[in-house]
Design a protein around this ligand. Structure first.
Ligand code: FAD
Length: 393
């Protein structure tokens, strides 16, 4: 039997890659450092491109069943409470992009992926395993792990996230770019959401050096709240509990309707967002990076997980086609994915500065330009992102 392919990390990217590669005929070992599989209890947005990936990975029905289909992506001015723009995600949007726009609870999406992996006899998931690096050899890779013998496999996919050990060895750029932007997240029952904000939309309130986001989850039972401001923090933070008063600090200048989001929220947690510059090389022989390990990005296009799933589609497509030439397949994957994901990384940064967080004349220009756009113009502008997928690049 052919030696298996190992995947470091069982996040959305790693499990998607496991499904895709197993469907391409390979035995897969997923190595996850956490003692149990899971995702943080927050929401995630899914562009139409994510649905193509679900279908390719064989989980289209299951993913569609847990998604909440929002009516629009709406931008409000957090300073005066006026609507800036709205892209409807109904019939014309679906017809244009062949799929819907949706939001989903991360836990539910991760469970869909886990269930599909566990039902696949080719996939072996091992938890509590911390990958520390790798050694490449002739047609094999030794995966190095804390407190265990190396695992010899045919190839290794580093889907081990923002602080990837596989990337650290391959690329050597261990320092993250700490944006200083503080993001606070929570999920609340819908009955605790301010009644005048219970919209079935992905709503974003854009204000000077800050923005606030809310959308429904779990069939409308919950609301996902995410608020961000430039706090100038210099160290990464991940999921630290904070008080409502701390969250409020960066938002005293926003209108009362938007400010309610913070006061109605509870059990807020803090993340300090980080990303990295794009890179051209994601492979080393039969070792490749995928998802945040390859292209960590700011969340301002809501595409990090969508890109990880596209990576999985592309990778498994090429590995499935090229038979034993896994190195060649990984190289093709790298060539086809690098430009698209770099564009998303860079555009996400620009969105933060020029669309979500400007003030004064720049905010006025944004409002004027965006208010005058037709639905068709919105769709045309989103085409590069939503009408493409992991195979079309
Ligand atoms: C505030 C915020 C909002 C976002 N919103 C969206 C959105 O709306 N839409 C969207 O598409 N994306 C969004 N993203 C981005 C998205 O969350 C990430 O891009 C995505 O989760 C990356 O998935 P991944 O599998 O590559 O990495 P991760 O989810 O980080 O998974 C990596 C896995 O590897 C494991 N691991 C790490 N190191 C090791 C090791 N050494 N050995 C073994 N296992 C290891 C980890 O425990 C983890 O399980 C958002 C991000 C943030 C911060």
């Amino acid at each position: 039997m052919a030696e298996p392919i190992a995947i470091a990390g069982a996040g959305i990217g790693g499990l998607s890659a496991a499904l895709g590669l197993a469907r391409a005929g390979h035995e897969i070992i997923v190595l996850e450092q956490a003692p149990e599989l899971g995702e943080i209890g927050a929401g995630i947005q899914l562009g139409p491109n994510a649905f193509h990936s679900f279908d390719h990975l064989g989980i289209g029905d299951e993913a569609r069943a847990v998604a909440v289909y929002v009516d629009a992506l709406r931008m409000m001015d957090a300073t005066d409470g006026a609507e800036i723009a709205r892209m409807d995600t109904g019939t014309a949007f679906r017809a244009r992009f062949n799929n819907p726009y949706a939001v989903v609870h991360r836990g539910e999406l991760h469970t869909v992926l886990q269930n599909a992996c566990r039902a696949n006899a080719r996939i072996d998931i091992r938890t509590g395993v911390h990958v520390t690096g790798y050694r490449t050899g002739d047609r094999k890779v030794d995966v190095l792990m804390d407190g265990g013998d190396p695992l010899t496999v045919r190839a290794l996919i580093g889907a081990d996230g923002l602080r990837s050990k596989v990337r650290e060895q391959m690329v050597g750029d261990s320092d993250l770019r700490v944006s200083g932007h503080a993001t606070y997240r929570t999920v609340i029952p819908t009955e605790k959401m301010p009644p005048d904000l219970r919209w079935n939309m992905m709503t974003l309130w854009a204000g000077p050096k800050c923005h606030l986001v809310h959308y429904p989850l779990k069939g409308g039972e919950l609301f996902n709240l995410v608020v961000t401001y430039h706090r100038g923090m210099t160290e990464p933070v991940s999921g630290q509990p904070v008080t409502n008063a701390e969250v409020r600090q960066g938002f005293e200048h926003v209108c009362d309707q938007a400010l309610q989001i913070i006061d109605f929220g509870e059990n807020w947690k803090l993340w300090v967002l980080c990303d990295r510059d794009p890179i051209r090389t994601w492979t080393d022989g039969t070792v490749a990076l995928l998802g945040d390990a390859a292209h960590p990005m700011m969340q301002y296009l809501a595409q990090g997980a969508c890109m990880a799933m596209e990576d999985a589609v592309n990778l498994s497509h090429h590995v499935g086609r090229t038979g034993d030439d896994i190195e060649g397949a990984l190289k093709t994957y790298e060539e086809q994915r690098a430009a698209r994901t770099a564009r998303v990384q860079q555009t996400a940064r620009l969105f933060g500065d020029f669309v979500f967080h400007p003030s004064g004349a720049t905010a006025h220009a944004r409002n004027t330009v965006m208010r005058n756009r037709t639905q068709k113009e919105w769709h045309d502008r989103a085409d590069w992102l939503y009408a493409r997928n992991g195979l079309t690049g």
